[in-house]
Design a protein around this ligand. Structure first.
Ligand code: CMC
Length: 390
């Protein structure tokens, strides 16, 4: 009871105070713990950024060595987790497998919910094991044996090795690929109170354990309006290409979103109303990476054509719809050899430190349980009718 304000989709409701990520949608500014996304993406390593988000400061040499070393040490996944994985149909989407296996992790580390665990160890385990689990779906889809992690490799190199190494030939990580992935993961690492992060906080606010909370975040991220958009973008661009490159037709369909139900994927954002600073960096990176790798992907030209057409169209201009982080990221992932149905998994690996940081902050600031109100629109009191009289 009492006065309830309705704010569908929480467009204007602040759910928490937070000291992690600063975002100014009008100016296109994004900062983690005060550091600009542009500087972090060009100067830091992904694990350095993960440490910054989770613990609040850039790590010293010793802190970094300790954090990175602990992650290397925990990359191996319990063999019984593989038995669970083997029970999934091969066709299961990698995001379904990822959410399920992360949820299963709490069963392997019951101290996480029994209250006698070590939070820092859970954090390390999650960061260490997520890439290992992620590569399983891809390997099996190819009919390849799964690769074990190698502790001599760094975080990104280890992921790439588990993805692409085959027992029959040597595999060395191309530094251009590793560097591109480092930038992409950093750009995805946090984004304040987005849908999946709010989910992690809401689940965690009931004092559910970290694995359960992160698993819920992965499920939220999967949706096509959120992280799932990166897969939708490439599928849309492919469709445009197959139809002869008729960009105008798709612009028209998007302008009539109300009747067609079609949205231009990778366009629009709840908060950014001038540009998405991540999209700016990614667009440039797409050009760089494709040219360094000698990849000529016709879909990049279609994407640029689509962006130009949209940015010159009154519909998109008046609604302040610009390319978001998902618009060009898939083109880079593809150039790195990552298949389309793994794009959202890549987003999840990147977003993990942000989810963890937000979950940890929520616990430390002793946020109350999340429990939105509603405005009831159903029947008033009515009398029960026995089944024979209905
Ligand atoms: N194509 C066509 N029209 C659009 C689009 C789009 N992509 N996005 C928004 N609009 C229109 C919408 O129809 C509405 O028009 P009107 O004022 O006439 O009713 C207006 O723009 C405002 O849109 P909204 O749906 O009220 O905005 P929102 O803040 O609720 O939604 C969004 C934000 C990101 C869900 C939406 O822009 C969208 O669906 N974009 C496509 C999916 C996508 O790319 N998602 C990734 C988001 S960024 C990173 C991430 O989270 O993964």
């Amino acid at each position: 009871t009492g006065y309830v304000t309705l704010d569908r989709g929480y467009k204007n409701t602040g759910a928490t105070k937070s000291a992690i990520t600063f975002l100014d949608g009008e100016e296109g500014i994004l900062r983690y713990r005060g550091y600009s996304i542009e500087e972090l993406a060009s100067k830091a390593s992904f694990l350095e950024v993960a440490y910054l988000l989770i613990y609040g400061e850039l790590p010293t040499k010793e802190q970094y060595a300790q954090f990175e070393g602990a992650i290397r040490h925990h990359t191996l996944v319990n063999e019984d987790m593989r038995k669970i994985f083997d029970g999934f149909p091969v066709k299961a989407h990698p995001m379904c497998v990822l959410a399920s296996l992360v949820s299963a992790m709490s069963g392997f580390y019951p101290e996480s919910y029994e209250g006698n665990g070590d939070e820092n160890l859970d954090i390390v385990r999650l960061i260490a094991k997520l890439p290992t689990i992620a590569t399983w779906s891809y390997k099996r889809s190819m009919g390849h044996p799964l690769n074990y992690p190698k502790n001599k490799l760094g975080y990104i190199e280890n992921f790439l090795n588990m993805m692409f190494a085959l027992p029959v030939e040597d595999y060395t990580v191309d530094p251009v690929v590793a560097e591109a992935l480092n930038i992409l993961l950093i750009l995805h690492a946090d984004h304040e109170q987005n849908c999946s992060t709010s989910t992690v906080r809401l689940v965690g606010s009931s004092q559910a354990n970290l694995y359960a909370s992160i698993s819920a975040g992965i499920s939220a991220l999967w949706g096509p309006l959120h992280g799932g958009a990166n897969q939708e973008v490439i599928e849309m661009l492919e469709e445009i290409k197959a139809g002869g490159g008729d960009v105008a037709k798709y612009i028209d369909m998007a302008k009539n979103a109300k009747t067609t139900g079609f949205r231009l994927f990778g366009f629009g954002h709840r908060v950014y109303k001038n540009f998405d600073p991540r999209a700016k960096i990614i667009k440039k990176a797409a050009d760089d990476v494709l040219s360094k790798l000698g990849v000529n992907d016709p879909v990049l030209e279609i994407a640029k054509g689509l962006e130009e057409a949209a940015l010159n169209d009154e519909y998109f201009v008046s609604r302040k719809l610009y390319p978001n982080v998902d618009f060009y990221s898939g083109i880079i992932y593809r150039a790195l050899g990552i298949p389309t149905n793994m794009f959202t998994v890549m987003f999840a690996i990147g977003r993990l430190p942000g989810w963890i940081a937000q979950w940890k902050e929520m616990r430390e600031t002793k946020e109350p349980i999340g429990r939105p109100r509603q405005i009831y629109t159903g029947s008033t009191l009515r009398e029960f009718v026995p089944m024979e009289n209905r």
